[in-house]
Design a protein around this ligand. Structure first.
Ligand code: CP
Length: 306
C-alpha cells in the first residue's frame, strides 16, 4: 500500500466498507478481531507523528498482532546502519508488515522492492508525495456524512504545494468521481500544474468556499520549505486564508470542516471553528484507526493468498 493513485474504485470502496466494520459506537469498547494473530507489524517512523503512528499501533494490536515500534533515535541507523540493513535485520525477526514514514520521496517503494515476497510495506506518509491511509480516512469521514460524492464540492485550503495529504485525498476523490475539487492557496503554496488532478485553483478564499460541502484546512509544512521568501507571516496567512466561522458562512449550509492534524490553531483554522459543531476533525482521528485496521487486514489477506 504505497499510494491511492491507481487503486480501483472497487478496491477503495472495499477498504472503506471494511473500515466501517471497525467503527463502534462512542462509549462502547473498540472493535477487535484476531485476524493478525501470529503476525508482526513494525512501525518505522523516521519522521515525527502522533496520529498515524498511534493509530497503526492500536490498529495492529486490536487485530491481535505483535507490534514493534522502533525508536528511531535509539536505533542503529544513528550509528550509520543503512535503511535496508535495518529492514533486513527486522525481516530476519519475522516481521510481516513494515509501516514506514519518511521525509524522503521514494523510501516506502524502495523498501517494498527489497523485502521478501511474503512481507508487505504500508506507506504511513512519504515526503510531500503520498499519505494513502490519511486519504482513506478522509474519504471515510466524508462518506459518513455525505453519500453522494459525485454531487459534492470539496475545497482544500492551504499549503497544497508541500502536502501529501492533499495529493492522497485528491487521488481518492478523483477515483470516486467527486463533483468538484477546489484548491485555495497563496501563490507560494500553489501545486505544480497537474499534481492535484482535476482541481480548480483559487487564490481568493471566499470564492473557493462558495457553496462548498466539505472544507479541509491544511497546515503550513514549514519542515518542507527550504526558501521562506514569499511565504506569508502567520498573521497575514490567518487574515487571508485562515478558516473562520465567519468565512464558513459562504459554504453550503451543512458543510463539514476537516483538518488532518497536527493543527496550528488560529493560523490555518480558527480555534472555535475547529472545536465547533461543524468540525469532524476528531471523527477523522477515530476513522483513522478503523481505516488502518482495514488496510492491515487486507494486506494480510493478500499475503496469505500468495
Ligand atoms: N495527519 C497526520 O499524518 O498526523 P501525524 O503527523 O500526527 O501522524
Amino acid at each position: 500500500m504505497l499510494t491511492l493513485k491507481g487503486l480501483s474504485k472497487g478496491m477503495l470502496i472495499d477498504l472503506l466498507d471494511r473500515a466501517e466494520n471497525y467503527l463502534s459506537p462512542i462509549g462502547q469498547p473498540a472493535a477487535r478481531n484476531a485476524i493478525l494473530t501470529g503476525r508482526t507489524v513494525a512501525n518505522l517512523f523516521f519522521e515525527a507523528s502522533t496520529r498515524t503512528r498511534a493509530s497503526f499501533d492500536l490498529a495492529a494490536k486490536r487485530l491481535g498482532a505483535d507490534v514493534l515500534n522502533l525508536d528511531v533515535n535509539m536505533s542503529s541507523r544513528i550509528k550509520g546502519e543503512s535503511i535496508l540493513d535495518t529492514i533486513y535485520t527486522l525481516q530476519a525477526m519475522q516481521v510481516d508488515v513494515f509501516v514506514v514514514r519518511d521525509a524522503s520521496a521514494g523510501v516506502p517503494a524502495y523498501i517494498a522492492r527489497h523485502v521478501n515476497d511474503f512481507v508487505s510495506v504500508v506507506n504511513a506518509g512519504e515526503a510531500d508525495v503520498s499519505h494513502p491511509t490519511q486519504g482513506l480516512l478522509d474519504l471515510l469521514t466524508i462518506r459518513r456524512h455525505r453519500k453522494d460524492i459525485e454531487n459534492l464540492t470539496v475545497t482544500i485550503v492551504g499549503d497544497v504545494a508541500h502536502s501529501r495529504v492533499a495529493r492522497s485525498i485528491a487521488d481518492g476523490l478523483a477515483t470516486l468521481g467527486v463533483g468538484e475539487l477546489r484548491v485555495v492557496c497563496p501563490p507560494a503554496f500553489a501545486p505544480q500544474p497537474g499534481v492535484i488532478s482535476g482541481a480548480k485553483i483559487f487564490s481568493d478564499l471566499d470564492k473557493g468556499l462558495s457553496n462548498a460541502d466539505v472544507v479541509m484546512a491544511l497546515r503550513i509544512q514549514r519542515e518542507r520549505i527550504a526558501n521562506i521568501e514569499g511565504i506569508p507571516s502567520t498573521d497575514e496567512y490567518f487574515a487571508t486564508y485562515g478558516l473562520t466561522r465567519e468565512r464558513m458562512q459562504r459554504t453550503a449550509p451543512d458543510a463539514i470542516v476537516m483538518h488532518p492534524g497536527p493543527m496550528n490553531r488560529n493560523v490555518e483554522i480558527e480555534s472555535a471553528l475547529a472545536d465547533g459543531p461543524t468540525s469532524v476533525i476528531r471523527e477523522q482521528v477515530t476513522n483513522g484507526v478503523a481505516v488502518r485496521m482495514a488496510v492491515l487486514e487486507t494486506v494480510i489477506e493478500t499475503l496469505e493468498a500468495r
